[in-house]
Structure formats: C-alpha cells, structure tokens
Write a protein of this length. Sequence first.
Length: 286
Amino acid sequence: MPLLQAIVDGLMLGGVYAVICIGLTLVFGVVSIVNFAQAQFLMVGMYIAYFCWRHLGLDPVLGSLVSFVVVFALGFCIQHLLIRRVLGGPEVAQIFLTVGILIVLENLALIAFGSQFKSVQTWYQNESIDLFGLTISMTYAIAFVASALAGTAVWWLLAKTWWGRAVRATAQNPSAARLMGINPDHIYRVAFGLGVALTAFGGSIILPYMTVSPTVGEQFGVLMFTVVVLGGLGNVMGAVIGGLAVGVIQSLSGLFLPLQLQNIVLFIVFILTLALRPEGLIHRKA
C-alpha cells in the first residue's frame, strides 16, 4: 500500500509538472529558443497569486487566472522587445539573453518583495480525500484537476482551432506559413506569451502547498528541463508523459532515500537520457 500511495502522490505532482513544462516545450517547439528564464516566470505567477490572495481574498486557483493573463501580457512584450532580436542569431546570444532575463526577474523580485518566504492559507490545506484506502491531499487533487483542465485546453487549442494549425505551420516552416497569410512574428509573440503564462499558471496552483520567494524558480529549473528532455524538447505530449514520470520517480525515491538525496535519482535519469536517447523517450515524427 505505501508503494501504491507513493505512485498516486507522484501522479498528482506529475500532473502539475506537466502543465508547467508544456510552457517550456511550447516555447522551444514554436519559437525555437530554449528559455532558461522559464522557471522565473513560475515565480512571477506565484507572487501574483499570493498578492491576489492577500489583498483581494482570491483563492490561489482563481488567482492563477490573473497570473495567466498578466504573465501572458508580460511574455508577449518580452518576445516583441527582446526575444525576436536574437531569433536566427547565434545560440550563445539566445542563451545570454534568456539567462539575463532570469537574473533581472529574480533580482527585481528580491528588491520589490524581499527575501522572505511567503505562503497562503486556504480552507482545504489540511483536508484530504480517502479513496479505496488511499489518502489524497486536497491541495494535490485540486492542483491536479486544474492542471488537467489547462492541459486539455491547450491540446484543444493546438489541435482543433485555426490558430493551432497556424502555430504548427509556423513551427514547421515559417516561410511557407507566411505565404499562406500567417504572420509568424505574431504567432511567435502569442506562443511565447502562452508558454510562460502556462508556467505561471502552474506555479499559482501549487501555492497552497509551496512557499514563494525570489529564488523559488531555481528548485524547478532542473526539474523542468528533466521533464522536457524525457519527453523530447518541443513535444507537448512528451511533456505531459515526462511530467507524470518525473512526479512518480520523485515520489518513489522518497520511499527509499532521505530527503536530501531524493533529487539525485532525477539527475541520474536526466544524464542517462541525454547520454542514451537525447531526442527523448517519446519520439516525435517530423
């Protein structure tokens, strides 16, 4: 039973990891840039949800919608003002730019909010659901459901709408997409905004069981890249599967390893995947 409980807990965590990492893989798949500042947008989303809770009395799940809209607008502007200037340029310029955005966002948060850890209080934080002998935390369950709904909405948007077809066309061949009347520059702006907004949304819904600080993104950075490497960078479905896998791995390792060593299993999986199957476990057809 402890093993089954750990697997269920891992799936609950993994669902949130999936929606956080869909944003990262969407940015790479469409805009063709590895955004090293992705985790800092998660931090921004958490702060927005925190202040919505503190000053407006909004539950973090509702605050996540505010985070999504605000960070979408922020990402849209950053892509238009900064990211588009290095697209097609040397990869080192792209790396330096996104790392620079990382440093700026982290230090702005430190100046504005201080280094103290901040947390929220909700009515369901200490509640749980008993299901077939398993205990599921209410905070995990709500975050998982919200993530599943967000992931489904993104899938529908990409697979069933004209805009989704335009995104896929732009990702495959921007020049041909332009000939079909699609504006790739606008697609890049919206896709980047959507990618970072999804990550901010994921950060907001985990606020009931996480604390927020200017450096909270650092503990998610390697985890996010582990997920997208497992699933294949640029593969949205791979990000979902990778997120669930990482959540289960992280939860199961807690049964056998002390807290300080739990992430070592993730690092081993990350290194082995890069060494043996760098295209990811989920192969994406061209």
